[in-house]
Design a protein around this ligand. Structure first.
Ligand SMILES: [Zn+2]
Length: 124
């Protein structure tokens, strides 16, 4: 079996429980259900009355505390490629492709990442 690359772990997917975005590599399996770190923290608080530690990052921060969702350069959505100008917690902000269009807000987990600007300290 091939090991997943860091790039694949940084893919943004939708949490089936709360429908918020999460990194593929940070999804947690618990009792047969897959959930994001946000859902996991909530569950822990309910069950053990434990507050998340400052190091318990949730999306958009990865486990090293870095926000990789801000490093995306080019995405594909419904067959078209878009350049990413900026991003919010769950959307990419892309400039208009034609004169009569406005800015595009594209939901992160619905877009496929084509090109990423990787920080120097990440091994791929
Ligand atoms: Zn969730």
């Amino acid at each position: 079996m091939e090991r997943e690359t860091h790039e694949e772990m940084l893919e943004i997917v939708e949490c089936k429980q709360c429908h918020k975005p999460e990194y593929y590599g940070m999804m947690i399996w618990r009792d047969g259900k897959q959930m994001c770190r946000g859902c996991w923290c909530e569950l822990r608080q309910k069950e053990a009355r434990q507050r998340p530690a400052p190091t318990n990052y949730i999306f958009p921060r990865y486990e090293d505390g870095h926000d990789y969702s801000a490093e995306v350069r080019v995405i594909e959505f419904e067959g078209s490629q878009y350049e990413v100008l900026d991003s919010t917690v769950d959307h990419y902000v892309c400039p208009p492709m034609h004169a009569n269009e406005g800015y595009h807000l594209i939901t992160k987990y619905k877009a496929k990442i084509i090109e990423r600007k990787m920080p120097d300290n990440v091994k791929t």
